[in-house]
Each structure stands twice: as structure tokens, then as C-alpha cells.
Design a protein around this ligand. Structure first.
Ligand code: GTP
Ligand code: MG
Length: 277
């Protein structure tokens, strides 16, 4: 979606289940507006209420999308009788097979993937792309436009998404947590931006002052996030600040706090407050 929208809306990491929400990216041109939704993948092993919420985000796109793009690559593992393939088979709207990461695949690997997937599901279009190098992404955009019905314009032309800046700020911090910490720790974290103020430095430059809380799932995870003498959280703060500065295009002063919220992934009230509605 980032490649198509031309902005870094969704966070990207090498770890699975990076995306937890339905994130909207809007592309407006003189004669069209496309509203993209990036969602998590379907969570097969549902362990927490948070996973159910993630699957509800996926389900919502199955209900209201005009075109569905299934993005996969040679590393993905799917079974023909698994929930993802089963759900895709039932779709009524045009469904595209988008084979990503062609920069890392041979022609033969791509041909084999196309053959396998098309023997499972009846795709309206099949297209190999590289989101990284933006290979074929323009062509994909054209195919989408060819297959979308006409409809009303939903958003003002200059609007890129439906969520506030503070959501994207919290996502950038979560991206850095996923990149920096190991195993279960990043999956046990949620980030909430509590304060977001645009201010001026003494030199008169814009500076955004941000306070954010990192919620962990268990007592033992707090010292892990903080690290020896605060080294880990200091590194996290630096990386996150750089990412947020690039996103907001202002200087950023970031303060991070860690709080324990036992078993938040199974707490309906907390999940609601964290945006998993
Ligand atoms: N080589 C290569 N890597 C890519 C390409 N597109 C994405 N990646 C990498 O693939 C990994 C996963 O990317 P994500 O965008 O997090 O994938 P996702 O499908 O949204 O995954 P979840 O949000 O975890 O469900 C990251 O390490 C990306 O840098 C591509 O075209 N080529
Ligand atoms: Mg994602």
C-alpha cells in the first residue's frame, strides 16, 4: 500500500503480524480517488482477543471492498484448505493475485507461484511486482482503476488517510520496538501517544513535543524495555524520534514512558481504548 500511495502509511518490519489495524491510504487524481485499506493477515492461531479484533479488521474489508488484492511472495506459507484461501475463494468482487518481491525471485519461481495460486483460486488478474523497487506498481494501479466501479468521492483531495497523526506516531514507535526487541516482547507492547504539541524552538523552528506510553503485558517486560541503566529505551527513543521527524517533517522531542497493563490483549475495555474496535 505504501508503494501505491507513495507515503509511508503502514509500518514495515521483517516480523509477522506487524500490521494490527485497518490502515487507510487515499490516492486522489484529477479524475479518480482510490481508497486503499491495508490490514493484518488473517490470524489463524487466535490466542488473544486482540487477534479476534485483527481478524475483524480483515473481515470488514471483505465486506466493503470493490477490489481485493491478495499480496503474497515465495516465502509465504499457505494451505489450500486453510482459512485464507477458503475466504478468498468465496469473494464476489474482482480478486487480484499480487506476487511481491520479484527482486528476490527468479522467473521460474514466479511462474511456479502463479501456477500454484491460479490452480487454487480464480483470480481476475495476476501481476508480479516489487514493492521495494516499485516494479510494476504503476501497472497494478492501472489494473485496479480498470476494475473499480464508479462511486462518490469520499475524502477531500488532499487527505491521505483517516487516522490522526498521533496514530502514525505510535505506529512508528511500535515499528522500532518490533525491530529492537526479541521474541514475545514486541508482541506484548502497545504504544499510545498521550500528548502531541507543535511548538517553536528558541531558534524559531517548528518542534513537535510528544509524550508516549509503551504498555507491556507483564511486570517482567518493563525492565526489558528499559534495559540496563536505561540504555535500551534510550536507543528506542532515538530511533523512534528519527522516524517521527521524517514522517512529520519537523524536529521532534520525544518522551517515552513504560507502563504495565496486565493481559491487555485480552481486556475488552483496554482494547477499545487502544483502537481495536
Ligand atoms: N526484497 C523485498 N522485500 C520486501 C518487498 N516488499 C516488502 N518487503 C519486506 O518484507 C517484509 C515484510 O513487509 P511488511 O510490509 O511488514 O509485510 P506485511 O505483509 O504487511 O506483513 P504483516 O503486517 O506483518 O502482516 C519487510 O522486511 C519488508 O522490507 C519487496 O518488494 N522486496
Ligand atoms: Mg503489514
Amino acid at each position: 500500500m505504501n508503494a501505491l500511495v507513495g507515503e509511508r502509511m503502514s509500518i514495515i518490519t521483517s516480523k509477522p503480524q506487524t500490521t494490527r489495524h485497518r490502515i487507510i491510504g487515499i490516492v486522489s487524481d484529477d479524475d479518480y480517488q482510490l481508497v486503499f485499506s491495508d490490514t493484518p493477515g488473517i490470524v489463524v492461531e487466535v490466542g488473544y482477543k486482540m487477534h479476534e479484533a485483527m481478524n475483524r479488521f480483515v473481515a470488514s474489508t471483505f465486506k466493503d471492498s470493490d477490489v481485493m488484492l491478495f499480496v503474497t511472495d515465495k516465502y509465504d506459507k499457505y494451505e489450500e484448505d486453510g482459512p485464507t484461501v477458503t475466504r478468498l475463494k468465496q469473494l464476489q468482487v474482482p480478486l487480484f493475485l499480487v506476487i511481491n518481491k520479484t527482486d528476490q525471485s527468479t522467473d521460474e519461481e514466479i511462474t511456479d507461484l502463479i501456477k500454484k495460486w491460479n490452480s487454487w483460486i480464480d483470480f481476475k488478474e495476476t501481476i508480479p511486482i516489487s514493492a521495494l523497487n516499485k516494479t510494476n506498481t504503476e501497472k497494478l494501479l492501472e489494473l485496479i482503476l480498470d476494475n473499480t466501479p464508479e462511486g462518490p468521492v469520499y475524502y477531500p483531495k488532499d487527505q491521505l488517510t483517516d487516522k490522526p497523526e498521533r496514530f502514525f506516531v505510535s505506529e512508528i514507535i511500535r515499528e522500532k520496538i518490533l525491530q529492537q526487541y526479541k521474541k514475545e516482547v514486541p508482541y506484548s507492547c502497545e504504544v499510545i501517544v498521550d500528548s502531541f504539541k507543535v511548538d517553536k524552538t528558541t531558534k524559531g523552528e517548528d518542534i513537535t513535543r510528544i509524550e508516549a506510553h509503551i504498555y507491556v503485558n507483564r511486570k517482567t517486560q518493563k525492565p526489558i524495555i528499559i534495559g540496563k541503566g536505561g540504555a535500551a529505551i534510550k536507543k528506542l527513543g532515538t530511533e523512534a524520534r528519527k522516524g517521527i521527524e521524517a514522517f512529520l517533517d519537523t524536529k521532534v522531542y520525544l518522551e517515552l514512558y513504560v507502563k504495565i497493563k496486565e493481559n491487555w490483549r485480552d481486556n475488552e475495555k483496554v482494547l477499545k481504548r487502544f483502537g481495536y474496535q
